[in-house]
Design a protein around this ligand. Structure first.
Ligand code: FES
Ligand SMILES: [Fe+2]
Length: 356
């Protein structure tokens, strides 16, 4: 039987939300600047001086392990005259140096040397001459940052996500295998919309549809998170290893508010991650990461990478076509199908955040 919705629940977000620069300004302020954002796995930040850079709400951020073993996060901005401090995505340094006038900073963010000033570092390193810190927390070996000093802790904000993820004993053993950035010609929400419904799966993803049992495809609502789970059809094959011998038997796919996707696929321990960074209202950088328990992918994992890549290509085409329609004056908004409830929840969360 078709569900009946309240009038206001029938319609999607207005398409203006997908093409309006002012909406993105508000999203940066009220959504991205208040949410916990994935940065990396602790294995990438084990030794003193190991760092990762990223962007949150348009802000350049650096996370670095100190000589004292503490993990810290800072705006990746030089206090002298605003220059981006570290431009590599990740690496290891004894000291952080600005390439403009050579100011150097200790791994705890304190000014070390300011060659174009004559004061000694000790007398000079106070107030806004040190790197400006932001919050960084780790759960389940995954490192997140938050620009909001008053935000709930990572565990409080995303507890149900971490509780569910804790069924995977391999998380602490993961290591980064690869990362890649891709430019998507669509608003970041179009990508999440696509991820949060599988009405399109049978039409747009023929290989996915022949591998997974779509009749028993589930969406599970959690705090700040929606989990999708699907069983592999008995007739489908995942490499040469029998399914009951691998670490993950059932795919489990997490959307985490607002812009993160964590996919655990059947096979040896693995997570494929997508973090969406809006470049502007019509363009999104998709940051893709693969983490495996082994250094190199097994043939089954390589097969899975190819499988995920194919899905991504199919989805990117769809969201880029959706963006063409969002910019059109033909319609002001869309309509939810009875099974697009996860999509509806995402849209209500966006509206709630923007109205707050
Ligand atoms: S802007 Fe960084 S040292 Fe001048
Ligand atoms: Fe899809």
């Amino acid at each position: 039987m078709l569900q009946t919705f309240k009038e206001s629940d029938q319609f999607t977000l207005p398409y203006a939300f997908y093409r309006n620069a002012d909406v993105l300004v508000e999203e940066n302020r009220k959504v991205f600047a208040r949410a916990w954002q994935f940065v990396g796995h602790v294995s990438q930040l084990q030794q003193a001086g190991q760092f990762i850079t990223c962007e949150v709400a348009g802000e350049p951020i650096i996370v670095v392990r100190g000589d004292d073993g503490e993990l810290r996060a800072f705006y990746n901005v030089c206090p002298h005259r605003a220059t981006q401090l570290e431009s590599q995505e990740d690496g290891k340094k004894k000291i952080l140096q600005c390439t403009y006038h050579g100011w150097t900073f200790k791994l705890n963010g304190q000014l070390h040397q300011a060659p174009n000033f004559k004061q000694s570092p000790e007398s000079f390193c106070e107030g806004d001459t040190c790197l400006r810190g932001i919050r960084v927390e780790t759960e389940a070996s995954l490192v997140f940052v938050n620009l909001d000093e008053n935000a709930q802790s990572l565990k409080e904000a995303n507890g149900e996500f971490f509780d569910d993820l804790s069924q995977f004993a391999f998380l602490s053993r993961l290591q980064k295998y690869s990362s890649e950035k891709r430019t998507i010609k669509a608003n970041w929400k179009a990508y999440i919309d696509n991820y949060l419904e599988c009405d399109h799966c049978a039409i747009a993803h023929p290989v996915f549809a022949s591998t997974f049992d779509l009749k028993n495809y589930l969406f599970i609502d959690k705090q700040n998170c929606i989990i999708q789970t699907a069983s592999v059809k008995p007739s489908a094959k995942l490499g040469d290893v029998p399914l009951d011998e691998v670490e993950v038997q059932k795919g489990r796919y997490y959307w985490l508010w607002p812009n993160m996707i964590f996919s655990v696929s059947p096979g040896p321990g693995n997570i494929a991650l997508t973090v969406l960074t809006p470049l502007d209202e019509n363009t999104t950088i998709a940051n893709y990461f693969y983490y495996f328990v082994n250094q190199e992918p097994t043939p089954e994992q390589q097969e899975n990478i190819n499988f995920v890549e194919q899905l991504r290509r199919e989805d990117i085409k769809l969201v880029e076509k959706a963006q063409i329609g969002f910019r059109s004056q033909a319609f002001e908004r869309g309509r939810y199908s009875p099974t697009e409830h996860a999509l509806r929840r995402f849209h209500r969360m966006i509206q709630g955040a923007l109205e707050a």
